[in-house]
Ligand binder design. Structure first.
Ligand SMILES: NC(=O)C1=CN([C@@H]2O[C@H](COP(=O)(O)OP(=O)(O)OC[C@H]3O[C@@H](n4cnc5c(N)ncnc54)[C@H](OP(=O)(O)O)[C@@H]3O)[C@@H](O)[C@H]2O)C=CC1
Ligand SMILES: O=C(O)[C@@H]1CCC=N1
Length: 273
């Protein structure tokens, strides 16, 4: 059971905060959560606002926990993993949310038979609307995947995938909120350009994205079908869509995701040993 588990976060940044908030909202006791974070100000913030234990040493958080969540940047993975020494004993479940870093490389770096589950969450987890994909490392079993699923279900939806699909997930839903934020910003800017106040333009843009996403989700209709229902013959929408397609909107989004997928594959090249 997830809520009977003690969880140690290595790295107390954006994603750790989002996941901890979800766990607490789901009913987890803050006393079961310990975060290792080098920045004193950040430790104080996490301890004060979330009432969790925040420590400086990664080994202290790992040693005190049954589940260890690796929530540091991939670029510091090598030094963090080597610094964990024996604090991650083989009986612990390790969950890595680091982009690009494979379960095999973490297994080889820890060298003690630890079970690893890899996950790719996203920042809407902060408002319990995240989308996470998980996959098992070589030694993780069904119970480990279930526990990880329970963890990420506290902050949104969870899909189980193969590790080969993890780079694609990173490009689509891991990085995806950033594309959506850019789209919302551009839509609001266009409203301001055409005379709306900034507040009104932003509120309309946000609700339009929220509503459109909800309509896709709840209707089950293909987005192209729903788009046709907005697009009156000779109307305004088709003029806008024409402009988007002249700018290769569809292809541009696909190219952008391809770039993120490629970067995720490149990050896998970071040597952990
Ligand atoms: N942000 C996102 O949308 C997503 C991120 N991820 C993955 O999650 C991981 C964390 O990302 P995110 O939370 O955004 O990043 P952040 O930079 O916000 O968080 C990382 C935290 O780790 C701390 N840190 C740095 N060095 C160490 C160390 N040696 N030991 C312990 N902690 C350390 C950082 O402190 P300081 O700032 O002082 O250096 C920071 O607080 C990354 O691997 C990323 O790929 C996955 C999905 C989505
Ligand atoms: O930009 C990044 O590398 C991380 C991984 C997915 C979202 N943010």
């Amino acid at each position: 059971m997830l809520f009977d588990t003690t969880i140690g976060f290595i790295g107390g940044g954006n994603m750790a905060e989002a996941l901890i908030k979800g766990l607490l909202a789901g009913g987890m006791s803050p006393g079961r959560i310990i975060v290792a974070e080098p920045a004193a100000g950040r430790r104080a913030f996490l301890a004060e606002t979330l009432k969790v234990k925040a420590v400086e040493e990664n080994t202290a958080a790992a040693a005190a926990s049954q589940m260890v969540v690796l929530a540091v940047k991939p670029q510091v993975a090598a030094s963090v993993l080597s610094g964990l020494d024996g604090s991650v004993s083989a009986d612990k479940l390790v969950i890595s949310i680091m982009a690009g870093i494979s379960t095999i490389s973490i297994e080889e770096s820890l060298q003690n038979g630890t079970r690893i589950v890899r996950a790719m969450p996203n920042t809407p987890a902060l408002v319990l609307s995240g989308a996470t994909a998980i996959c098992a490392g070589r030694r993780a079993d069904a119970a480990d995947l279930d526990l990880a699923r329970e963890l990420f279900l506290t902050v949104g939806t969870v899909a189980t995938i193969t590790e080969r699909q993890m780079d694609a997930v990173t490009g689509v839903s891991g990085s995806g909120p950033a594309y959506a934020f850019s789209f919302i910003e551009a839509l609001a800017d266009a409203g301001v350009k055409n005379g709306l106040s900034r507040d009104t333009a932003l509120a309309l843009a946000v609700q339009t994205l929220l509503g459109a996403a909800k309509l896709v989700q709840e209707s089950g209709d293909h987005p192209a079908v729903l788009r046709d229902r907005v697009t009156s013959p000779g109307g305004t929408t088709i003029s806008a869509l024409h402009t988007l397609e002249n700018g290769r909107f569809h292809g541009l989004i696909m190219d952008a995701v391809d770039a993120a997928v490629k970067r995720s594959r490149d990050l896998a090249g970071i040597k952990l040993l």
